[in-house]
Write a protein that binds this ligand. Structure first.
Ligand SMILES: NC(=O)c1ccc[n+]([C@@H]2O[C@H](COP(=O)([O-])OP(=O)(O)OC[C@H]3O[C@@H](n4cnc5c(N)ncnc54)[C@H](O)[C@@H]3O)[C@@H](O)[C@H]2O)c1
Ligand SMILES: [Fe+2]
Length: 396
């Protein structure tokens, strides 16, 4: 389970805490940067949330340009438009401000602008996307993808309806500002979805075949924080302790999976996002109980420890009961967070069945399933998609 020789990468600096975003100009200054292109989404602009980033920059005399054409689950065409905008100005860095979508957009713009390939698909795994034309400073407003400290960006190939995993040092931000106060305005549904995404990152990093002592420490801490705070953050959006715990947990989970990889849940989740436009965290949540049940016997000690850290089991539980409590706990958490089944979400059964084969192929091609404790073949992935549809995992 433990890799002997792990490659660890992280941003050079993290500014972490309530109000940290007000230090944005100082953070840029430390790296001699002063000409940012701020990448965000239309809601951040219309709701004026982006001012949390722009005001301190303007106050420091920095001229800011904003690219706000980001879409949820960013596409190759948006990245190309972003690179065109980048080339029109004399910028020395990119600031990704928002959820995972704007941050991933900023990262992908840096990679595409570096010029080794002409299309985003030229960089998808197993290619190493190690070059970025400009440094990225990431400021997450959800808790969250952890993208602020990962070496990944996830971009949709619009011609092939494929959410591509792009990995390499070109996607790793130079610095991140992790300010939980930015998440007070996140609505409950997005709080739940992004929170389950973080929990999945921590759990998958912990059970991954590429787990190592460095990623384990972060995954364990993240599971405890997210397990303790996710329900409160969902029910009480202004609860500072819960928002702070979730943000810290999301960033730690990002560092954990960036250095250990995600596994089968993410491998199967990306095709659901690409074909049915289900928010990323929500498609993870739909899959998480069934895939954990499928995988649990292959690394019972790890899953049991995860159950204890998240708070579904305690120290008196042996490995077998603790691992069973993990599956039951994840099912109960989905109910508490009102996670719909694919049918309840409005997906057509015939279309889902018709896509299962292709989705299984795309999941396998991403490489993530190979990190799972139990590595499935294509027919097992198809069976899992079918099980998630029928709700067998929920009702068993
Ligand atoms: N690069 C990585 O390591 C990594 C890891 C996991 C997921 N991802 C990717 O990240 C994307 C998902 O990111 P996400 O889940 O953060 O969602 P998102 O960025 O798409 O944002 C979801 C919605 O929440 C809104 N929002 C964001 N912050 C808000 C705030 N503070 N207040 C109110 N509304 C707010 C956005 O405007 C948007 O409408 C997916 O494309 C996923 O594949 C990347
Ligand atoms: Fe994720």
């Amino acid at each position: 389970m433990t890799a002997v020789n792990a490659n660890i990468a992280a941003p050079r600096m993290l500014q972490v805490g309530g109000g940290a975003v007000r230090q944005i100009a100082d953070v840029l200054g430390k790296f001699g940067l002063s000409r940012p292109l701020v990448v965000t989404d239309p809601f951040m602009v219309s709701s004026r949330h982006v001012q949390h980033c722009l005001d301190p920059l303007v106050a420091a005399g920095i001229v800011v340009t904003v690219f706000s054409a980001t879409v949820p689950d960013p596409t190759d065409t948006v990245i190309e438009a972003g690179v065109a905008e980048l080339k029109r100005g004399n910028f020395d860095c990119l600031i990704g401000f928002g959820g995972g979508s704007p941050i991933d957009t900023a990262k992908a713009m840096a990679i595409l602008a570096a010029g080794a390939g002409s299309k985003m698909r030229d960089y998808k795994v197993p290619v190493a996307a190690d070059k970025g034309a400009l440094p990225v400073i990431a400021i997450p407003t959800t808790a969250g993808t952890g993208s602020e400290c990962t070496r990944f960006t996830v971009i949709t190939d619009t011609e092939r309806d494929e959410k591509m995993l792009i990995a390499g040092l070109g996607a790793l931000p130079l610095a991140a500002i992790v300010d939980y106060e930015l998440t007070y305005s996140v609505p409950p549904r997005t709080t739940a979805d992004t929170g389950v995404d973080s929990l999945t990152h921590a759990l998958e990093a912990f059970v991954s075949k590429r787990a190592n002592p460095f990623s384990d420490a972060l995954a364990v801490s993240a599971m405890a924080l997210i397990g303790r705070h996710i329900r409160t953050a969902y029910a009480e959006p202004r609860n500072a302790a819960a928002r702070e715990g979730m943000m810290l947990g999301a960033t730690q989970a990002g560092l954990a999976f960036s250095n250990a990889s995600v596994a089968l849940v993410h491998g199967m989740s990306r095709p659901i996002g690409a074909h049915f436009h289900v928010p990323h965290g929500l498609s993870n949540a739909m899959l998480l109980p069934a895939i954990t049940r499928f995988s649990v016997d292959a690394a019972q000690d790890r899953y049991a420890e995860a159950a204890r850290r998240i708070g579904f089991a305690d120290e008196r539980d042996g490995d077998a009961p603790a691992a069973a409590k993990l599956v039951a706990g994840l099912e109960a958490l989905n109910k508490e967070l009102s996670v719909p089944s694919p049918a309840e979400y409005g997906i057509d059964e015939g279309v889902w069945s018709g896509k299962m084969d292709l989705m299984a192929e795309q999941a396998l091609a991403s490489g993530s399933p190979a990190n799972n404790p139990r590595v499935p073949d294509k027919s097992e992935i198809v069976a899992l998609y079918r099980e998630v549809w029928t709700g067998a995992a929920r009702n068993a």
